[in-house]
Design a protein around this ligand. Structure first.
Ligand SMILES: [Cu+2]
Length: 255
């Protein structure tokens, strides 16, 4: 190999071994080659997160102490913590919790967005892959900030202000953690959650509670649903080549 070839190889190794964060801090990326899933054999897990029983009445947020927010809610402002309808649970983070150990996957290039709208985090729950861009936006005629509280266990926390409508800021979270709580110092009721996974097989449920994790290598897995107020449910599944495993994860109303 000539000198130019050696330099190029060294450079490629360096780029693959470390990642530069916005702060300038270097953080090691999990070693090893990327796992390439063969589309000819990839399977999926499909299912529903259910809520059995009568969901609790939503707590109503009193925004009267903050006129800039109160004006955005002519009616009551439900907190959105438990959203269940027709036995389906929204805002559950469904992800593969076991079976992918030792595998490393590419980080999606697209950012995940979380808005601050009508003085609430919207959506209230998002999920990203470790190292993926997470972009916060302020859509309100009010000042907000975004703060991890408490700080993450596995990664650095963050705290920044989005001072006006249209302000936006990206960040990244270095390591997996389900889930990290977000708040805003200006509006004490504001609460959001970001789940961070070290692989791309995750989804946050919508109103129908369904999930569909595609592109999985065949194998044995545990799939888990996490909910901020209800805890966790999990199921063991087996994904055949080109197969679709079914899973129903059930939360039950507290008496
Ligand atoms: Cu705020």
């Amino acid at each position: 190999m000539n000198k130019i070839g050696v330099a190029a190889a060294v450079c490629a190794v360096a780029v693959g071994a470390v990642m530069l964060w916005p702060s300038g801090r270097k953080d090691a990326v999990t070693a090893g080659p990327l796992t390439l899933v063969d589309p000819a054999t990839a399977g999926s897990v499909h299912g529903t997160v259910r809520f059995e029983g009568t969901p609790p009445a939503p707590a109503l947020i009193d925004m009267s102490s903050k006129p800039e927010c109160h004006a955005l809610h002519p009616g009551p402002a439900p907190d959105g913590k438990i959203l269940a309808k027709d036995g389906r649970l929204q805002n559950a983070v469904v992800y593969i919790s076991a079976g992918l150990e030792g595998k490393r996957f590419a980080v999606p290039a697209e950012p995940v967005a979380m808005d601050q709208k009508d003085c609430l985090f919207s959506p209230r729950v998002v999920a990203v892959m470790a190292g993926q861009d997470l972009e916060f936006v302020n859509s309100d005629p009010a000042q907000h900030n975004v703060k991890t509280a408490p700080d993450p266990k596995n990664s650095d926390g963050f705290n920044f202000t989005l001072p006006r409508k249209g302000a936006r800021q990206k960040t990244r979270i270095a390591r997996a953690e389900v889930a990290i709580r977000l708040s805003c110092d200006f509006h004490g009721w504001m609460e959001g959650w970001v789940a961070v996974l070290d692989h791309p097989f995750f989804q946050v449920t919508g109103p129908d509670g369904s999930f569909d994790l595609k592109g999985l290598p065949p194998g044995d897995y545990e799939v888990k649903a996490w909910h901020e107020a209800l805890g966790e449910r999990s199921a063991k599944i087996h994904v055949d080549p080109k197969g679709t495993a079914e899973a129903v994860l059930v939360f039950v109303a507290r008496p």
